[in-house]
Each structure stands twice: as C-alpha cells, then as structure tokens.
Design a protein around this ligand. Structure first.
Ligand code: NDP
Ligand code: 8X3
Length: 248
C-alpha cells in the first residue's frame, strides 16, 4: 500500500519509513530537511519517495496530498508523526514563540494533513490515519504544559475521528509512547544541548524508534474489521508518578 509519513527525516518517522519499505509498502516520506530524506531514499531505493514539507503550512499540506494522489496514486495510510517539544520549564517562564511552534506543528499540522487526506480515503472506503500522541497527553508532569496539551488534543481528535468514521473502513489510531530513546526529540526539546538531552535516558532502557515502527507495521497488518483506537506504550522502567503535594 501507499503510506505518507510526516517527520520522516529522523527518529520514529525514519524508522517507520524503513520498516514499511521492508514490509513491501511504498512510502511518501516528508519533512523539512529534504537532504535527510534524499539520503534515506538512496538507502531504501525507489519504494521511498521524498518530499519536502513543513506541516505548519495549510497550503503546502493540501498541495502535497493533491500532488501525490495525482502523480503517484491513492494514499492508503497517513502517519501523522511530525511533532516536537520545546522547553521543559514552567508555564510562567515559557516562551510564547515555542508554544506557538508546538501548537502549529503538533496540532495544526496534524489537522491540516488529516483534512487533506481523509476525504479520498472515505470515498474509497479504505484507509488509515495513525497519529503520534504521547503519554504526556494523559499524565501531567512539570514543564509538560503546552506539549502535553497538544498531545491530549491528538488523543481526543483521534477518538472524535473514529466517531465520524463509524461504519467506514477508514481506521484511526493514536499511538501514545512514553520514554523513547535514540531520536532527536530531547535534543530539540533542549535547544540542541546534546549533553542535557542524554541525561534524560541515563540508566534507563527506553522504547526505541524500531519499537514504534513495529507497532505501526502491526496496525497496518490487521484485518479490516479491527481498529486500534489508542495504544499507550511505556518502557518497562517507566511508570506514572504520584501526585505532587506542597506541604507547609
Ligand atoms: P524527532 O525529533 O527525532 O523527529 C521529529 C520529526 O518531526 C523530524 O523528522 C522533523 O523533521 C519533523 N518535524 C518537526 N517539525 C516539523 C514541521 N514543522 N514540518 C514537518 N516535519 C517536522 O522526534 P521523535 O521521532 O522522537 O518524535 C516523533 C513524534 O513522536 C513526535 O510527534 C513526538 O511528539 C512523538 N513522541 C515522541 C516521544 C519520544 O520520547 N521520542 C514519545 C512520545 C511521542 P524536520 O526537522 O526535517 O522537519
Ligand atoms: C514524549 C514523552 O514523557 O517526554 O512525548 O513527554 S515525554
């Protein structure tokens, strides 16, 4: 089948692209860093077609979906993976620009892609929308403020899509991972500080991008009467924490 992946230049998106090409699918790999996608295309061959895309652009997302459907065929599955966290400080000292970027990417970008790709899936009565949520959308943690809230949106948007699609063979899933290592996520969160990012994973065995790719591959292999609504994944070494209580 044909699978469009956002944020395929690194981390989960790249691993999902690799896995799905190995599964025999054609992957339309998108991200802002086209050079990284071209490198992936050289590695994986003609089954990976690279497109530069910033998901924050309403016009570019709609145009790309049209371009793919006209030039390469139907998009069977959309993996809304592009996303980021910026900062881990308390809300009262956070940057409004960083909040905007997270909202524009994690919420609006995901909504634009879904809005562009969904009608043709419904028309064909076949398709998948797989969204990357996070445990941060369910469990609050200090500094998670807007990032976690964007992922709560992803969770609820996925369930509301399911409600609209009832009876159609268009399946929707929110994958909600916890601590995942080996991606650029924490380096981006800490503004490029690789040392600080590395401390997040110290002494842990986090989930890997390959684990996420395996999950996507499994979802796409399920028979058409099965929809996985949400999957919450944590590494064995992680658990939700106790409530914080300030005592006098
Ligand atoms: P990475 O930082 O490794 O990769 C993020 C990807 O998103 C990159 O390919 C980047 O590409 C792309 N991206 C960012 N902004 C944009 C944009 N405006 N337009 C298009 N692409 C964009 O992160 P992960 O692989 O770790 O994370 C992937 C997803 O999974 C995110 O949505 C994240 O929130 C979520 N997640 C991650 C967890 C983790 O611990 N790693 C846990 C739970 C959820 P480029 O810069 O080239 O545009
Ligand atoms: C990424 C996982 O716990 O850093 O969504 O928010 S966490």
């Amino acid at each position: 089948m044909n699978v469009l992946i956002t944020g395929a230049s690194a981390g989960f998106g790249r691993a999902i692209a690799e896995r799905l090409v190995h599964d025999g699918h054609t992957v339309f790999a998108t991200a802002r860093r086209k050079d990284k996608l071209d490198e992936l295309s050289r590695q994986l061959g003609a089954k990976l077609v690279a497109f530069e895309l910033d998901v924050r652009s309403r016009e570019a997302t709609a145009a790309l979906v049209r371009e793919i459907e006209n030039g390469h065929g139907p998009i069977d599955a959309l993996v809304n993976n592009a996303g980021l966290a910026l900062g881990l400080g308390p809300a009262q000292t956070s940057s409004l620009d960083e909040w905007d970027t997270m909202i524009d990417t994690n919420i609006k970008g995901l909504v634009y892609m879904t809005h562009a790709a969904l009608p043709a899936m419904v028309e064909r009565d076949r398709g998948w929308v797989i969204n990357l949520g996070s445990v941060a959308g369910t469990y609050p943690y200090p500094g998670g403020n807007v990032y976690g809230a964007t992922k709560a949106f992803v969770h609820q948007f996925t369930l509301n899509l399911k409600a609209d699609l009832v009876g159609k063979h268009v399946r929707v899933t929110s994958i909600e991972p916890g601590l995942c290592g080996g991606t650029e996520f924490s380096v981006t969160r800490f503004g490029g500080d690789e040392q600080k990012a590395a401390t997040v994973y110290q002494g842990t065995q986090p989930i890997t991008a390959a684990d996420i790719a395996e999950t996507v591959s499994w979802i796409l292999s399920l028979p058409s009467h099965v929809n996985i609504n949400t999957i919450e994944m944590m590494p064995t070494c992680q658990a939700p924490n106790a409530f914080a209580i300030a005592r006098s």
